[in-house]
Design a protein around this ligand. Structure first.
Ligand code: ACO
Length: 384
C-alpha cells in the first residue's frame, strides 16, 4: 500500500455495552425456542439491549470518548469521524454528525458508512486511506448498533441472534512503522437480499401497509448466509494476509465478526487456523453487527490477548455480501486502556431535535424495564 506516512496505528480503542441483559431464558418465554437450541446453534447465551434513553449515536459517543481518552487525545484532535451502522438514529442527519457534536469536536468531517456487520472494518479501511494519504492525522472509526430496534421479536430465526452495543478505534499517523499492512474490502453481490430490511427506504417508504407487513424488521435466509459468511471470512482474511506478506503462522490473534460461534469454528477449520488464536465473546453479546469487531478488539486487549508487536487480523462479513479484513501490527501499550475508566455513559448528551419525544424502546421488550416475565409475542398489536 502506498503510504505518505510511515504507519497508521491504532492509538485508541474503546467499547460500550448497555446494561439491560436479554437472556436465552427470556427468549424462551417470548418465542418457540430453547436455551439448548440457541447455545448449540449459535454459541449465544445473552445479549445487551439499549435502554429507552439510548441510541446508536449515544452508545457510539461513549465508545468514541473512551477511544479518544485511550489515545491520549482531545476530541478536537480528530480530523475524521466514520460511524459504521445499519441502525442510525435518523436517516439524516448522520449518526456521525450527532457523535461529532456530542464529543465536542468542531473540526472533523463526519459520515456514516453502510456496510452492515462489516461497517467497522470498512470504516477502518476508509480511515486508513485518509490517514495514510495525509488527508487526516487522527481518524475516529466507530461501529455502533441498536439491532433490537430492527429485530422482529416474533421471528425466532433472527431474534435470538442480535444485540446492541458500540466499539471504536482512533487511527493515528506515525513516523514509526506498524499498524495496518494489509487491507481487503470486498462485496459479493450473490448475497444482496440474503439479509435485508425491506421497508423504510426510498423503494418502500414508511406507510401503514408497510408496517402491517412488518417490513421495518430485518429478514434473513440463515443457512445461505451461514455458508457465504464462512467462505467470505476465510477468503477475505487470506487476501489481507497476502497483501501484508504474512502467512497464517505469523498471526497471533484473529478477531472475527461475532455472528455465530459455529461460523467461527467453520472459519478456523476452513483456513486451518487454531481456535485458541481466535477471539470469541459472542456468548455475552450476540451479533452486534458493526459493533462486534471493535467490542471484541477492546475485550481482547483488556484480557491480555493482544500485546505490543502482535500481528492481528480483524475480519468481518455482513449484509449486502460485504466483507473486510485488516492485517495489522499492534503498537499501542495495552495499559493505556485504563485511561478510559473515567468516561461515564451518563455524561453523554445527544442533541435532540425540536419534536415530541418518542420512546424508541422495543414494545416487545417493555417487560425488561419492569423486571416482569415476558409474554409470547404473537401479533403486531398485542405483546409486540
Ligand atoms: N429456536 C428453535 N428452532 C429454530 C430457531 C430458534 N431460535 N430458529 C430456527 N429454528 C428452526 C428452524 O425453523 C428449522 O426448523 P425445521 O427444520 O422444522 O424447518 C430448524 O431450526 C433449522 O433451521 P436452520 O435455519 O437450518 O438452522 P441453522 O442451523 O442454519 O441455524 C442460524 C440458523 C443460527 C440463523 C444460522 O443459519 C446462522 O447463524 N446464519 C448466519 C447468520 C449470520 O451470519 N448473519 C451475519 C450477518 S448479519 C448482518 O449483517 C446484519
Amino acid at each position: 500500500m502506498a503510504n505518505f506516512v510511515a504507519g497508521v496505528h491504532v492509538a485508541g480503542w474503546g467499547a460500550y455495552a448497555p446494561s439491560q441483559v436479554l437472556t436465552n431464558a427470556d427468549l424462551e418465554r417470548m418465542v418457540d425456542t430453547s436455551d439448548e437450541w440457541i447455545v448449540t446453534r449459535t454459541g449465544i447465551r445473552e445479549r445487551r439491549i439499549a435502554g429507552p434513553g439510548e441510541t446508536t449515536a449515544s452508545m457510539a459517543t461513549v465508545a468514541a470518548l473512551r477511544a479518544i481518552a485511550v489515545a491520549g487525545l482531545d476530541s478536537n484532535d480528530i480530523d475524521l469521524i466514520i460511524v459504521g451502522t445499519l441502525t442510525p438514529d435518523y436517516l439524516l442527519p448522520s449518526a456521525a454528525t450527532l457523535v461529532k457534536q456530542a464529543i465536542g469536536n468542531t473540526r472533523a468531517a463526519a459520515m456514516d458508512l453502510a456496510a452492515a456487520c462489516s461497517g467497522f472494518v470498512y470504516g477502518y479501511g476508509v480511515a486508513h486511506a485518509y490517514v495514510s494519504s495525509g488527508m487526516a492525522r487522527h481518524a475516529l472509526v466507530v461501529g455502533s448498533e441498536t439491532m433490537s430496534r430492527c429485530t422482529d421479536f416474533t421471528d425466532r430465526g433472527t431474534c435470538v441472534l442480535f444485540g446492541d452495543g458500540a466499539g471504536a478505534a482512533v487511527l493515528s499517523a506515525s513516523d514509526e512503522p506498524g499498524g495496518a499492512v494489509g487491507i481487503e474490502l470486498t462485496t459479493d453481490t450473490a448475497a444482496t437480499y440474503s439479509i435485508w430490511i425491506p421497508g423504510g427506504g426510498g423503494a418502500r417508504p414508511a406507510s401503514t401497509a408497510m408496517l402491517a407487513s412488518r417490513e421495518q424488521y430485518m429478514r434473513m435466509r440463515g443457512g445461505e448466509t451461514f455458508k457465504l459468511a464462512v467462505r467470505k471470512l476465510g477468503s477475505t482474511a487470506m487476501a489481507a494476509l497476502a497483501k501484508a506478506g504474512w502467512s497464517l503462522d505469523d498471526v497471533d490473534l484473529v478477531v472475527p465478526h461475532q455472528a455465530n460461534s459455529r461460523i467461527v469454528d467453520a472459519l478456523a477449520k476452513s483456513i486451518g487456523f487454531p481456535m485458541d488464536r481466535i477471539f470469541v465473546n459472542i456468548d455475552r453479546y450476540g451479533n452486534t453487527s458493526a459493533a462486534s469487531v471493535p467490542i471484541a478488539l477492546t475485550e481482547a486487549v483488556a484480557a491480555g490477548r493482544i500485546k505490543q508487536g502482535d500481528r492481528i487480523v480483524l475480519v468481518a462479513f455482513g449484509a449486502g455480501g460485504t466483507s473486510g479484513a485488516i492485517a495489522l501490527q499492534w503498537t499501542a501499550d495495552p495499559a493505556n486502556q485504563k485511561r478510559a475508566e473515567s468516561i461515564d455513559a451518563d455524561s453523554v448528551k445527544i442533541a435532540t431535535p425540536d419534536i415530541e419525544p418518542a420512546n424508541p424502546f422495543p414494545p416487545a421488550l417493555e417487560w425488561l424495564l419492569s423486571g416482569t416475565a415476558p409474554a409470547r409475542a404473537t401479533t403486531d398489536s398485542g405483546t409486540e
